[in-house]
Design a binder for this molecule. Structure first.
Ligand code: ADP
Length: 435
């Protein structure tokens, strides 16, 4: 309104000016000149402003709106305000899109969006990694041209693919198993969720194998125990006591094996579930090793020479109970797998990096190189019969590995078939108590 008033006032001022000039010239001429002046002024001004507007509309987005006074000023101001509003709306939409993409990228699963013709519209980084695709190249291609496994095509075609997901081993990512779930959504599009389930599958297999192994390990001594107890019962009336004692002794031996197995299983399970050992509980390594030596000596019953060497401070931080179990397992194995007359050395020393090393060296049967990487697997034995005869459960080194991991330590094995072995537990400096 103000702008229109200003425009009128300008016209009035011009008219007055024209009138004064016209009056000084006199008569009709003066009137004509005045009218001509007013019309020419307005025409020139409208033309100039219209040109300004045209120039501005063809300039790049974001160019400031031209400034003007009067009605044109109000027009430019209104245009400027509209531009600002639409830029804000555009910024907000862009921000939301970026946020959505970031959220989709952050998902731990692969996500693909397919259009009505199953061409890929968008995919996140996990989808690229799981399916061996490249967004820059494969966006726009039909997914069925990239993943050609018949079970995948059948799955996409099946009307009930909303239900159970598909497990797929694809050429695009050899050695991995993927779980794919399709979900149709707006305008014939399909959302594909892809998850790498290789590890989960491995765990499921490991669990199944573990249950089968435990059952098998328990079944044998149980069958033997039952057999001897039944034979003893049958033979009770007319069997000499020495023979009966033999049956019962064998049964008791088998029962002890089962007991040991259960104890080892419980140890493993508590190692898996307990909270990690504390960093501030001091463990007297020297006393621990002396105790372990005594236990090994008792098991050896004079068949081996067992020595203890301690170089440097042997103060550890962690769990005495767990470390005792690991140290004793290594020493007992040395006794089990070293023929009579052999030598076993338990040693502690500080290595060049400032860490501590507990090692058990024996002059025993040694281990062939192809077995070394598998020794810490549960129930893995080089010679099943020998381990069983020696009272082994096949869980000792699995326990050692677990305990060491919980103390950020590692197990090192050096061995030569027929010569002997050295098993070492290597502790990082932060597990040593500096006093
Ligand atoms: P086990 O109860 O059978 O001893 P472990 O897990 O303690 O089970 O050891 C796994 C296997 O590693 C053993 O069965 C044995 O074959 C081998 N092993 C372990 N320690 C030694 C050693 N000091 N010398 C030779 N072989 C060993």
């Amino acid at each position: 309104m103000n702008a229109a008033l200003a425009e009128l006032l300008t016209a009035a001022a011009l008219a007055a000016l024209g009138a004064i000039i016209g009056y000084s010239l006199g008569g009709v001429r003066g009137m004509e000149l005045m009218l001509f002046g007013i019309v020419a002024f307005f025409f020139a001004r409208q033309l100039w402003m219209a040109l300004k507007l045209i120039r501005w509309t063809t300039a790049p987005l974001g160019t400031p709106t031209p400034s003007a006074r009067g009605v044109w000023g109000a027009v430019f101001e209104a245009l400027h305000r509209r531009g600002r509003l639409s830029a804000a709306a555009r910024d907000q939409a862009t921000e939301e899109l970026v946020r959505f993409r970031r959220a989709a990228e952050a998902l731990p699963d692969g996500v693909l969006i397919l259009d009505g013709h199953r061409a890929i519209e968008w995919m996140n980084m996990h989808a690229e990694a799981c399916l061996g695709l490249k967004a820059a190249v494969d966006t726009g291609s039909r997914v069925t041209n990239l993943l050609r496994e018949p079970e995948f095509l059948d799955y996409l075609d099946s009307p009930d693919h909303r239900g159970a997901p598909l497990e797929l081993a694809t050429q695009r990512n050899p050695g991995r198993t993927l779980q794919i779930q399709a979900a149709p959504f707006a305008a014939g599009r399909t959302l594909l969720l892809v998850r790498d389930v290789t590890q989960l599958q491995k765990l499921a297999t490991m669990r199944r194998d573990f249950v089968a192994n435990v059952s098998h390990e328990l079944k044998t001594p149980l069958t033997v125990t039952l057999g001897f107890v039944e034979t003893a019962l049958d033979a009770l009336p007319d069997t000499p006591p020495e023979e009966l004692a033999h049956y019962l002794q064998t049964a008791a031996e088998q029962a002890r094996r089962m007991q040991q197995l259960i104890e080892d299983l419980l140890t493993l399970s508590s190692l898996e579930t307990d909270s990690p050992p504390p960093l501030e509980e001091p463990v007297d390594g020297a006393a621990l090793m002396a105790e372990v030596r005594q236990e090994a000596t008792a098991l050896s019953a004079g068949r081996h020479r067992i020595t203890l060497e301690i170089d440097g401070p042997a103060k550890l931080l962690g769990s005495t109970r767990e470390l005792h179990s690991a140290f004793a397992n290594l020493a007992i194995n040395a006794v089990r797998y070293t023929p009579d007359g052999g030598e076993i050395t338990l040693r502690w020393h500080i290595d060049a990096s400032g860490g501590g090393r507990y090692s058990v060296r024996d002059t025993g049967i040694g281990i062939a190189p192809q077995h070394l990487s598998r020794l810490t697997e549960r129930f893995y034995r080089v010679d099943r019969g020998r381990s069983r005869d020696a009272g082994g459960t096949g869980l000792g080194l699995a326990i050692v590995k677990h305990v060491l991991e919980r103390h950020q330590a590692v197990l090192q094995v050096d061995s030569e078939s027929g010569v002997g072995s050295t098993f070492s537990a290597v502790f990082p400096p932060h597990r040593l108590q500096i006093s």
